[in-house]
Design a protein around this ligand. Structure first.
Ligand SMILES: [Zn+2]
Ligand SMILES: [Zn+2]
Length: 451
């Protein structure tokens, strides 16, 4: 794609939802400005790095599941307080909000998420998690920071310390948000519902990073506009009439009907949605029946739906309902029950284009142009997108967290793939990742709160 001239930024229309973002006031900073600010950040960071790595290892060893982040939240609150922030706990469950007011100027929100995942860690690291706990369904599970949220938190605490130390060089307000329950996409909504934008200074900008297990530390990647997709969870209870497996004619078999519905659902993406609009319909779970020779009364399906545009989302959700009902009519079966779990909906993450360009300009000066890479959007979902609330410009970028050697080795033919996000062997390289996290967060924020 050709690069757009700079003035084209104001003409850009975000691909879905939201109104035109406000213009970003400050001009792009000079290379000299970035160099001077980076040197100031590094001076503080050099003194804090060992402690931040210790904090990271502590968080990594002691992960907590979504909605159970009690000790993690207490630690984040203590760290922000120690750095000089005014701290409020239990915002939307285990959420923590730290506010640092430092004169007139914009309000910038920085978000880190705190939850781990139900995974038994297999990294073999000396500080690997051995935690086991009960999940919210009562199952005994291992717990691991397999999404890098511990890197997010260590960088966040580092940035709080650095920005507090550099108060003389910026003006405005920081709102540091330690968010619970990202992995169940409940935390951002819970914090917003609990008055995050009413009880605390409302942000003019919101920024977050996400650890990337596939690029080296010191490299960041980003998208303009769409970064991550809309995500919906849908249940279908396929109804039939059970009976003996040897007498199917006396039954309405919901297993056969469910199979037909699953195949019919594949035609939504292939036949109903514009091929240029990304869309996924996955049936991730199917449960029905108890025994070889019993035709059950019902079969349960669980679907995930990913889209990038509101109108496509609306169409696909209606199509799922229509196809399930039509298949039931064709099989003379009772009406299926189709439930769209609106409480599990996650809106797409749309990076504000002027904010993205302004921040990426600084990252290129800071890290070198080759280390700041544009990437394609992902059909994954993240509840950071909620912080936009339709109008706040947001920017999420991906932070490399592996060594250059690991990256190079994986490029060789027949090399095994790198352990990805949510895998039991994802082991970020702590100090270089955290340093890059703090440097990029601080420069992004200093650029927005430049005196
Ligand atoms: Zn995750
Ligand atoms: Zn994550």
């Amino acid at each position: 794609m050709p690069r757009l001239p700079v003035f084209a930024a104001v003409l850009f229309v975000a691909p879905a939802g939201g109104s035109d973002p406000p213009p970003v006031a400050n001009p792009a900073p000079s290379a000299g400005w970035v160099k001077a600010r980076a040197a100031a950040v590094d001076k503080v960071l050099d003194a804090e790095a060992a402690d931040l790595v210790g904090l990271y290892q502590h968080l990594h060893t002691n992960p907590e599941l979504s909605l159970q982040e009690v000790k993690t939240a207490a630690r984040m609150a203590a760290e922000l307080r120690k750095a000089g922030f005014e701290v409020t706990e239990k915002v939307g469950g285990n959420g923590v909000v730290g506010v640092l007011k430092n004169g007139p100027g914009p309000v910038v929100l920085l978000r880190a998420d705190m939850d781990g995942l139900p995974i038994v860690e297999q990294t073999g690291l000396p500080y690997a998690s051995k935690v086991r706990t009960r999940d919210r369904f009562g199952n005994d599970v291992g717990v691991m920071h397999a999404c890098g949220h511990d890197i997010h938190m260590a960088s966040f605490v580092g940035s709080a310390r650095v920005l507090a130390a550099l108060k003389g060089s910026w003006s405005g307000t920081l709102v540091f948000v330690a968010q619970p329950a990202e992995e169940v996409v409940a935390g951002a909504r819970a914090m917003l519902d609990d008055g995050l934008y009413a009880r605390f200074p409302k942000p003019d900008y919101a920024v977050a990073l996400h650890a990337d297990p596939l690029t080296p530390a010191g490299v960041v990647s980003y998208t303009e506009g769409l970064a991550l997709a809309n995500s919906d969870a849908v249940d279908i209870v396929v109804k039939g009439r059970g009976g003996h497996g040897s007498a199917p004619h006396q039954t309405i078999d919901p297993v056969v009907l469910a199979a037909r519905i699953i195949l019919d659902l594949q035609t939504i993406v292939s036949r109903e949605v514009d091929p240029l609009d990304p869309c996924v319909v996955t049936v991730g779970s199917i449960h029905g029946g108890t025994k070889h020779n019993i035709i059950p009364n019902e079969v349960k399906l669980q679907l995930t739906v990913r889209t990038t545009k509101t109108e496509v989302r609306d169409h696909v959700l209606k199509a799922i309902n229509r196809i399930a009902r039509a298949a039931a009519v064709a099989a003379r079966a009772p009406e299926p029950v189709v439930t769209v779990h609106l409480e599990e909906f996650t809106p797409a993450t749309l990076n504000d284009v002027p904010l993205t360009r302004k921040t990426v300009g600084v990252f290129k000066e800071l890290l070198g142009g080759g280390n700041v890479r544009e990437r394609r959007p992902l059909m994954g979902a993240e509840d950071f997108g909620r912080f936009a609330q339709g109008k706040t410009p947001i920017f999420m970028y991906f932070l490399g967290t592996i060594t250059q050697d690991q990256y190079d080795a994986a490029k060789k033919p027949d090399a095994p793939p790198l352990p990805g996000m949510h895998t039991d062997r994802y082991a970020p390289v702590p100090e270089p990742s955290i340093r890059a996290g703090v440097r990029t967060e601080c420069l992004a924020i200093l650029n927005l709160l430049n005196k």
